[in-house]
Design a protein around this ligand. Structure first.
Ligand code: SAM
Length: 304
């Protein structure tokens, strides 16, 4: 099959199948061979690898992955694309297409079945409308993976990479950085896609940490603290956390922990590093002052 990275070939396939782009599925297909080569290179795909591609579209990047990887599993939600993929990928015997919603699929079970539970690589030009749930789903469900190399909206890539003090820094930055080391590896303009998105894009590689960079007694609790701190961005931490119904904290408890950490009582969440959130979480969830302090009152329901 002809290289779909060439726009002439993409147009021919779209016309042959009378394909109508579905905005609701975030369909912007890549039509630039340099960008495709760059993604494969930055993902470090080799013949040893089992790769999960989320949203293969008409199979453009799937072709590149099939050439470089041992095995490719491509998960596509749009039924109309399945016969097209059967055609465009017919010359590869190392690709499996699954017609499913990635958010409903048990990816852990899939990795167990297809790669004997060994870490996979995730490579995708993501549907932008569900970038965060896809990434957090992969991390929080502890899917065995080495890395995630994905095309996302430029602004979202910045958010994943930023540190304290920046206006893009937030709950997503902290969550991603807890699980992985993020690196933006390419900026991609709208004219590399068909149809053109109305935002800039970036390729970001998230290399999974072997061990988390901070020690935290209760991961789920730390993420609740983080979310509560950034939900009320304009408020001080003491006010933001005391108002969070799922944390059940008093202003005094928050202030006591901040004092122990030598932080100002008017500090805002956006200035705290991941390490500081971990310390705060350990102090609030299981303060060392008295063993009775870790009472039932502090036990919160599991992270949703
Ligand atoms: N990989 C192709 C490319 O680069 O040309 C297409 C990328 S396009 C940005 C996103 C793809 O994800 C579309 O094919 C879309 O139908 C698919 N998609 C959207 N939502 C999905 C979901 N929940 N599960 C699986 N695939 C999805």
């Amino acid at each position: 099959m002809a290289d779909l990275g060439n726009p002439v070939n993409t147009i021919a396939v779209l016309q042959k199948y009378q394909f109508n782009f579905q905005k609701k599925f975030g369909q912007n297909f890549l039509i630039d061979t340099h960008v495709l080569d760059k993604i494969i290179k930055e993902a470090g795909v080799t013949k040893e690898d089992c790769v999960l591609e989320i949203g293969p579209g008409i199979g453009t990047m799937t072709q590149y992955l099939a050439e470089s990887a041992r095995e490719v599993i491509a998960v596509e939600i749009d039924k109309a694309l399945i016969p097209i993929l059967q055609d465009t990928l017919s010359s590869y015997n190392n690709v499996t297409v699954i017609n499913e919603d990635i958010l409903k699929l048990d990816i852990g079970a899939l990795v167990e079945e297809r790669n004997a539970g060994k870490p996979i690589k995730v490579v995708a030009n993501l549907p932008y409308y569900i970038t965060t749930p896809i990434i957090m789903g992969l991390f929080e469900n502890h899917v065995p993976m080495e890395s995630i190399t994905i095309m996302v909206q430029k602004e979202v890539a910045d958010r994943m990479q930023e540190g304290p003090g920046s206006k893009e820094y937030g709950a997503l930055s902290l969550a991603v950085q807890y699980y992985a080391r993020p690196e933006i590896v390419a900026l991609v303009p709208p004219n590399c896609f068909m149809p053109r998105p109305n935002v800039g894009s970036a390729v970001i590689r998230l290399t999974r940490h072997k061990n988390p960079p901070v020690e935290v007694n209760d991961e789920a609790y730390m993420f609740r603290l983080i979310r509560a701190s950034f939900n009320q961005r304009r408020k001080t931490m003491a006010n933001g956390l005391k108002n969070a119904s799922d944390l059940n904290l008093t202003r005094e408890q928050v202030e006591e922990a901040l004092t122990k950490m030598n932080l100002s009582l008017t500090v805002r969440g956006e200035t705290l590093s991941l390490e500081q959130f971990a310390t705060l979480s350990n102090l609030l969830k299981c303060p060392p002052v008295s063993p009775n302090f870790c009472s039932k009152n502090w036990d919160i329901s599991p992270f949703p």
